[in-house]
Design a protein. Structure first.
Lengths: 289, 540
């Protein structure tokens, strides 16, 4: 007769079991873990020291000694990619953290209050959205000087409206539900309702958006450091490595191929992970499978 | 030979058996009622006839429609049947229409697809069909969109789509469940006329015995996917030979035992509503002007004594839910005052309302939507406890929740379950547990049983009556279902277009309604006893 709209809640083991039958999730999960592991390992060990320049070894093709070859200063590319992963992930993680930390409360607040408050907040949001993110990031780093910290702030600011929008849209769908009315009738304030009922119900939505933004932040960081506005030498970064490789593409293609692959693979992994999580948690896709 | 003949139909989805050896037949011009509680397989039977089953479903047996073996037919044969020879009307008129297409397009769509006529011709036939179902051109041109129509009007459009090609068989799956009683009566009349006009067979699926008795020549009662009893409607229901038939019939007419109505006059009234009005601002039609305000509740006054049970009845959209929200202080009146235990609650801030909230709780209609799916029963039922002055320890809280669960007939072990682990009836018990946990003096119940099966409905009504007896809780029932009002209330208020048009003792108002609105409600409300009597009389 009536089909109830609720998502049946599952046990954690049930979700895990189903997750590992989802191809996209498994692939994304494995790649992401690999990238993370690379970054962590780089803290303890890299094949070569990335700050030591060995000019005699410059621009060597991949070999047993240097798996990914060396660059124009004789640094080992594999080591640089490992250390660069650390940098990319740190920047992306903190930037997404800033976006979520400010954007989600803002969106949830706008949805809870509604009316003029909502309108004003969302229009400010639109304003931030209207600036081309990379261009404004360049502006910010141009004013405050290049560096990893300023890159984080620049990318973080442009993550705020994304999360604010997603949180608001999700919360707006939860607010008219009857259990919210029941909570209001029980005398709960809108802050309590937001924390206890709204946020847990939109958490999955935010998680999916989070992985996508994480991938985008890695790309943005690579873009900024390519322009010389991200992490500064001697600290290696993927974007910087691509910039250095640009003029030597013909003589030393490995200098471009490997950092390029590192970016592509980590972004691909995160996107697959996001798709996978969305598939697993979306009740509609669950029915389809 | 029958138009539709189902023999020995069994159906399973995955490993779960859904239908077992169902037998059913519908002849031309005949109305057959298929009755059962939720999960009995009624809708699955309908979907089998249309071959619209989910992928994992496997059907065995024999279904013959007009000489065609449905279960063996090719998909293209089925496509030719669906919408042309077999029409279907769904339960939920709000979602059965495509919101971005006009009603004209939607009615003409099937005509064009099946008969390959030109667009102009199809639209002309769509026009005729809409006229036939009571949507005349002057008010309802083909260019209307579904959102511009009310629920009853949309259901008429759905019926127009289903009947546009004069199908031989119409399947109506709970066609009136989402509508109020007056609309229900109109839609049933329309279906009856359409059947008589074109000698259609009608398979009417419903959980409501009274509706089926009024409509159907023959009835089939389904339970857990098996046919319990089938035969002539009047005889089946008057003799009630099968125990399940008897159980269903009795549950539909169930009146819980209640204590004598509490003396209303004694002392201070519990709730006093004085001249309350609620206006909603009209839509902005341009930058500087708005459409006139909509008055949802118009100068309503009422008063309730402690322990009294009052039913607020009216058609959908009459403002009864708005009034309830204002009483619960979830919405502010535009003017007028509401006093609870002599204390004015209008215009107070949330923090000041805490003592009032403790004594006034709510039960909602939808037992599925009124719980956060991500919390466990313990937290859900304990939700109102934070209005108590005292801070409770975890153990005390758990104790109180367990006690409340016990009072509504649930088990202590249910504390750590999630809402989806309960059936609809059990969830409604949970809502009641949540409402009584603070020992309130008044419970406002908005259609508390209309989403429930009849046997569950009887149990929940009993529970309400028992809590009233034991704790002296007063109820304000908001309902469009007069059976509920009759069963559980001392007094009835009839609401129409935002105003209370009639009030008085339940038996008097519902027995001898004086206002037009009340008369319309009483006349339209299906009553099983009356329906059976009429059937028997007609057959002599």
């Amino acid at each position: 007769m009536t089909v109830h709209p609720d998502i049946p809640r599952e046990t954690v083991t049930g979700i895990l079991a189903r997750s590992f039958r989802n191809g996209a999730f498994v692939a994304g999960f494995v790649i992401t873990i690999l990238v993370l592991a690379t970054a962590i390992v780089s803290y303890f060990w890299t094949p070569y020291d990335v700050t030591r320049l060995v000019i005699s070894d410059k621009i060597q093709a991949p070999s047993a000694a240097h798996w990914f070859g060396t660059d124009h200063f004789g640094r080992d590319i594999l080591s640089m990619i490992m250390v660069g992963a650390r940098n990319s992930i740190a920047v992306a993680l903190i930037a997404v953290g800033i976006g979520m930390g400010i954007g989600v409360p803002l969106g949830a607040f706008a949805a809870a209050r509604g009316g003029l408050v909502d309108e004003v907040l969302m229009r400010i949001n639109d304003l931030v959205f209207a600036f081309p993110a990379l261009l404004s990031a360049i502006m910010i780093t141009a004013i405050f000087g290049p560096g990893a910290v300023n890159a984080i702030i620049a990318i973080g600011i442009f993550n705020i409206p994304v999360f604010a929008r997603v949180a608001r849209a999700g919360a707006l769908a939860i607010w008219p539900r009857e259990f919210i009315l029941a909570a209001r009738a029980a005398g709960k304030t809108s802050t309590q309702i937001t924390v206890e009922h709204v946020l847990p119900n939109i958490a999955t939505l935010l998680l999916v958006q989070g992985t996508i933004q994480f991938a985008l932040a890695i790309l943005a960081e690579a873009g900024l450091s390519y322009l010389g506005l991200g992490a500064q030498p001697p600290l290696p970064s993927w974007g910087r490595m691509l910039f250095d490789a640009q003029t030597r593409m013909v003589v030393a293609p490995w200098m471009a191929i490997f950092p390029g692959m590192a970016i592509v693979i980590s972004v691909l992994g995160l996107n697959l992970l996001g798709d996978g999580i969305a598939d697993i948690l979306d009740p509609k896709s669950r029915r389809r499978r | 030979m029958s138009l539709l003949e189902i023999k020995n139909l069994s159906l399973s989805i995955g490993d779960a058996p859904i239908l077992r050896e169902v037998e059913l037949s519908v002849a031309s011009g005949e109305v057959v009622g298929l009755v059962g509680e939720s999960g009995s397989g009624k809708s699955m039977t309908a979907l089998t006839l249309m071959r619209l089953l989910p992928y994992a479903a496997r059907a065995t047996g024999r279904v013959t429609f007009d000489g065609i073996d449905i279960l063996a037919a090719r998909e293209d044969q089925m496509c030719a049947l669906r919408g042309a020879d077999i029409g279907m009307v769904f339960q939920e008129p709000m979602t059965a229409l495509n919101p971005v297409k006009t009603i004209g397009e939607q009615v003409a769509e099937g005509i064009r697809w099946h008969t390959k006529v030109t667009r102009a011709e199809a639209e002309e036939r769509a026009r005729k069909m809409l006229d036939r179902v009571g949507l005349p051109e002057a008010e309802f041109p083909l260019s209307r969109y579904p959102h511009q129509l009310s629920g009853g009007q949309r259901q008429r459009v759905v019926i127009a789509i289903a009947c546009a090609l004069k199908p031989k068989l119409l399947i109506a799956d709970e066609p009136t469940t989402a509508l109020d009683v007056v609309l229900q009566a109109q839609i049933l009349d329309l279906l009856r006329d359409l059947v008589a006009e074109s000698r259609m067979g009608l398979l009417l699926i419903s959980h409501d015995l009274a509706v089926v008795t009024e409509m159907a020549d023959r009835i089939t009662i389904l339970r857990h996917g098996e046919v319990m009893e089938s035969g002539d409607t009047a005889r089946t229901l008057s003799e009630q030979l099968h125990p399940y038939t008897r159980q269903l019939a009795q549950a539909s007419m169930h009146v819980p035992e209640r204590a004598r109505p509490h003396g209303g006059a004694a002392g201070q009234p519990l709730l006093q509503v004085d001249g309350v009005t609620r206006d909603y601002p009209g839509r902005r039609v341009s930058l500087f002007s708005r459409a006139p305000d909509t008055r949802a509740v118009d100068n309503v006054s009422l008063s309730m004594a402690p322990g009294q049970s009052v039913a607020l009845v009216g058609r959908s959209g009459c403002g009864k839910s708005t009034l309830a929200r204002m009483i619960l202080a979830l919405d502010r009146p535009s003017s007028g005052t509401i006093r609870f235990r002599g204390e004015t609650i209008t215009g107070k801030r949330q923090a000041e309302l805490k003592p009032v909230r403790r004594d006034m709780q709510v039960v909602f209609q939808d037992p599925y939507g009124s719980f956060d799916p991500r919390q466990k029963v313990e937290r859900l039922v304990a939700e109102p406890l934070h209005v108590l002055d005292k801070k409770l320890s975890r153990a005390e809280r758990r104790e109180m929740v367990a006690h409340a669960l016990h009072e509504v007939g649930l088990d202590q072990r249910d504390l750590d379950k999630y809402p989806h682990e309960f059936s609809g009836g059990q969830r409604q018990r949970l809502s009641i547990a949540r409402a009584i946990i603070t020992r309130p003096k008044l419970i406002v119940a908005d259609e508390p049983v209309s989403a429930l099966d009849v046997s569950i409905r009887a149990q929940i009504l009993d529970l309400f009556a028992e809590l009233n007896r034991r704790h002296g809780i007063a109820y304000l029932f908001i309902t469009h279902d007069l059976t509920v009002a009759r069963a559980i209330s001392d007094e009835v208020l009839v609401m129409h277009c935002g105003k209370i048009v009639e009030r008085g003792k339940t038996s008097e108002v519902l027995g001898h309604p004086r206002s037009d609105a009340a008369r319309a409600l009483v006349a339209a409300a299906p009553d099983l006893r009356v329906a059976i009597a009429r059937r028997l009389r007609e057959q002599g």
